[in-house]
Design a protein around this ligand. Structure first.
Ligand code: ARG
Length: 701
């Protein structure tokens, strides 16, 4: 024994794998040998005794994991924070550890009930006592960390565990003397890895490979310059000894079957106390309110998932459950995050879901001035498709020109606010930053609405096969209503419309006044005119469905012809172009915008190759739309989706379910996806519209 260090251990008299509470225990129930376990434990005990004092706590029947004394609690000076086990299988150990701490002169702190924390298994001091690294995600709750900071008066750095094989911090993280760290980075989320990298310089990081981590190499006991562990590869041993340490391997395979090794089997009860340093935890907490059909619409689940997925934690403090089918619920949730940055990430997502701060915490939004044209302040709030309000001078003001992926900029007189794209920001514009004083207004969506609207009009979702006809009926009905009421329908379409034979049907819709604007690229216009002028689409004869000799040149001939006349409109005026979608648009003064792309041939004179200009034309044509029909063009549909605020009905038709899902997933009842051949869809739609409008003729024929 060379130092005055003390460790607590518990002999494995009653050790066994009795249940499964971590992945290592799976398949190992009663598969460990008591004799071998006793032998391995004794060897570890002897190694540690050579370097430190070992205290023993009496093993107890019925709590087989009590050998893992790292989970007894966390000790600093004469204070012990008793563990509160996550799994009931281990909760029986608590009174025995409590008794040991008390009998050995420690002041025992106990966490509130239902706040799990698994002691030194999830909390490791920097070996010089400068800070406490605390894990959360599986066994310990983030909300326990502020208690540690307070009771132990130490800086707590929270690390989020992501891999269930490394469910305790000490299975993948081991601070060593002189500021070294032995660890397995993939066990942590990106934010935690960043925090580690901020605190530990690269030359002090001993990164462990997966194979070594799986042998519990990180679950080491470090005493001065020795590192005691189950087993390490030659490479790891070399790296550790190059850093000035001596590795002692002592096999602990019987304990690996329960998911523990050297470090888990010990609790260091003498930790360096640094009186000059003081406690703090970067952890932040905030309250939010959620109202609406929280259960029926799944809103509460989504909100809590956001918190956890971003690395935070929550407590539902109040839940007022609406009792009747139509009544809404409300919830107050305390959100905890390991840092201010994570809190802002979580809050901005919760705002997008419609979460509100409690009334007493509402304050004006924060503004920052733009200092470079086209560049927003770092912390700017990124908008969504949902109607948004910001708080100014104690009043909620609705933001104009709602669209997603923009910043909120104030007018010069601060009376109004609008969504502005980054490129449109001007120096001295004032932009909303942070998450204070922002709310989005989400229509409460009840079970009723979700279920019945599917049959009235728009049930968010993807339809295929049999449902296509039903959806077509609904869309036809809606199109007729919009036309009769003088509303606006915008169509975005890709060339597949022509290739699948939908051209004549779309032309029909334009002619009959169902379309108020057409958005597309170079290709749809080229192939539409190719079909009108030459009867082919990409060289394929549209009547016979076979390639025409030399047909691959057709579309270039068409482009050339239109270029000669100067524009599509002039080609129509010249009497050359006599049918098709673009022809109908010109004839009926339906505005169209063709956005260029890198793959365009030609282009047509009408194609806008300046993309910023093209985006602006699109946005102008979309403004005031009641419905947008997106016809098999991923590129243009997504472009359009990005510009469109919530509340505009969107129908996305594509043979590729991935495109449809991407667009119909706007989390509300207003968009519908139809997975089908677009030519077929348009033909059904036209038939259905004819039925609705020419009922008399249909009946007669
Ligand atoms: N079977 C125990 C459990 O899952 C193993 C504990 C290992 N202890 C540790 N500090 N990692 O709780």
């Amino acid at each position: 024994m060379t130092s005055s260090l003390r460790f607590l251990m518990c002999s494995p008299d009653h050790y066994d794998v009795d249940y499964v509470i971590n992945p290592w225990m799976e398949g190992n129930i009663h598969k460990s040998s008591r004799d071998r376990a006793v032998d391995q434990w004794r060897k570890l005990h002897n190694v540690i005794k050579d370097h430190a004092i070992v205290d023993l706590v009496t093993p107890q029947i019925g709590v087989p994991d009590m050998v893992f004394t790292a989970n007894a609690g966390l000790v600093l000076g004469d204070i012990a924070v008793l563990s509160r086990f996550f799994h009931k299988e281990r909760q029986g150990e608590e009174p025995f550890f409590k008794q040991w701490f008390e009998e050995n002169g420690f002041t025992v702190h106990e966490l509130p009930s239902e706040l799990p924390f698994e002691g030194a298994g999830d909390a490791l001091f920097d070996r010089e006592g400068r800070c406490l690294w605390a894990g959360y995600g599986f066994r310990s709750e983030l909300d326990s960390h502020p208690y540690l900071a307070k009771w132990l008066d130490v800086e707590v750095l929270s690390l989020r565990l992501m891999d269930e094989r490394f469910y305790h911090l000490d299975t993948c993280f081991c601070p060593l003397q002189d500021g070294y760290l032995l660890y397995y980075p993939p066990a942590f989320d990106a934010y935690s890895n960043r925090l580690i990298e901020l605190r530990i310089p690269p030359e002090k990081r001993l990164v462990v490979a997966e194979a070594d981590a799986a042998n519990f190499a990180c679950n080491s006991v470090n005493i001065d310059d020795i590192v005691i562990m189950n087993k390490a590869s030659d490479d790891l041993k070399k790296r550790i000894s190059d850093a000035g340490f001596r590795v002692i391997e002592t096999p602990l395979t019987e304990f690996l079957k329960a998911g523990g090794a050297a470090k888990c089997l010990t609790l260091r009860v003498t930790e360096p106390v640094r009186v000059e340093l003081h406690g703090s935890a970067a952890i932040e907490s905030r309250m939010i309110r959620l109202d609406g059909h929280l259960l029926d619409s799944g809103l509460i689940n989504r909100a809590l998932d956001i918190v956890v997925e971003a690395g935070g934690s929550f407590q539902v403090l109040n839940f007022n459950l609406g009792v009747q089918r139509q009544s809404t619920s409300s919830a107050e949730v305390k959100v905890t995050a390991p840092s201010h940055d994570v809190m802002e990430t979580i809050m901005s997502q919760l705002i997008d879901l419609g979460a509100l701060p409690p009334p007493q915490e509402v304050c004006d939004c924060h503004l920052e001035t733009v200092v470079q044209d086209g560049v927003a302040p770092d912390d700017f709030y990124v908008t969504t498709i949902y109607p948004t309000q910001i708080r100014m001078n104690n009043e909620w003001v609705t933001v104009d020109k709602q669209r997603m992926d923009a910043a909120i900029a104030l007018s010069a007189d601060s009376e109004t606010a609008e969504c502005k794209l980054l490129r449109d920001l001007k120096t001295s514009d004032r932009v909303v930053v942070g998450v204070e004083g922002i709310r989005t207004v989400r229509k409460t969506e009840s079970r009723e609405q979700r279920n019945t609207q599917e049959f009235s009009f728009m049930g968010a979702g993807v339809s295929s096969e049999r449902r296509v006809e039903l959806v077509v009926e609904q869309i036809a009905w809606e199109l007729r209503q919009i036309r009769d009421q003088g509303g606006r329908v915008v169509v975005s379409a890709g060339p597949v419309v022509i290739h699948t034979g939908g051209g004549e049907h779309l032309a029909h819709l334009v002619r009959e006044g169902y379309v108020q604007a057409l958005l597309g690229g170079n290709a749809i216009a080229v192939h539409d005119m190719e079909q009108s002028l030459m009867g082919t689409s990409l060289g394929v004869d549209m009547k016979r469905g076979v390639s025409v000799r030399g047909g691959h040149r057709h579309h270039l001939k068409v482009i050339n012809m239109v270029r000669r006349y100067g524009s599509i409109a002039k080609t129509v005026e010249a009497g050359v172009l006599k049918k098709g979608i673009l022809y109908e648009c010109v004839r009926h003064h339906i505005p169209f915008s063709l956005a260029g792309s890198i793959r365009d041939d030609g282009p047509l004179p009408d194609t806008q190759m300046d993309l910023i200009q093209a985006q602006e034309e699109y946005a102008r044509l979309i403004a005031g739309a009641d419905m947008i029909l997106m016809l098999s063009s991923m590129l243009h549909s997504i472009g359009v989706g990005n510009m469109t605020p919530a509340g505009v009905k969107m129908v996305c038709v594509d043979i590729n379910p991935a495109v449809v899902t991407k667009l119909s997933d706007r989390g509300s009842v207003e968009s519908v996806g139809v997975v089908t051949d677009v030519g077929l869809f348009l033909s059904l739609l036209v038939q259905q519209l004819d039925k609705l409008t020419h009922a008399y003729q249909v009946a007669q024929s």
